[in-house]
Design a binder for this molecule. Sequence first.
Ligand code: FES
Length: 170
Amino acid sequence: MSNLIASTAPRARQLTHEEIHEIEHEKTHYPYPQAVGLEALKIVQKYQGWVSDESLLAVAAYLQIPPDDLEGVATFFNLIYRRPVGKNVILFCDSVACWMLGCDSLKAHITKTLGIEYGQTTTDNLFTLIPVPCLGDCDKAPTMMVGNESYRNLTPTSIDQIIADHKAKA
Ligand code: FES
């Protein structure tokens, strides 16, 4: 008897030429293809904005890695986004040096200003807020990144300005 119920399980999508080209380039830096898993996920995320189940399955199939193993890599590395994110991802440092210099009150300020908590995205899809361990700028704490830009010696006023600047660019 044929199965008339369509499966809703995610299926691997087709990787784009650009993604394949960059993954192939990364492979030249590693001794075996499976070691490229994390870099391949970063490449997919660069083009797609996040890593959907379909993308993860595509990378796993391409590199011949068990999907569960690749999922483990994605889960361990918290800068691989497994859900859609906003246009600007705010990586907010909440490690020791930033904590000693008041990142808790700044976190309260930014969450109140944006109306979101860690892991959430604003309703206008402009900002996603993610806590991260030390950004390597402890002598200029408190710090955060928005996209590839670093912001140091944060204050409530500078945070307001950074948010306003990114809204203006939207
Ligand atoms: S603890 Fe925040 S930059 Fe190091």
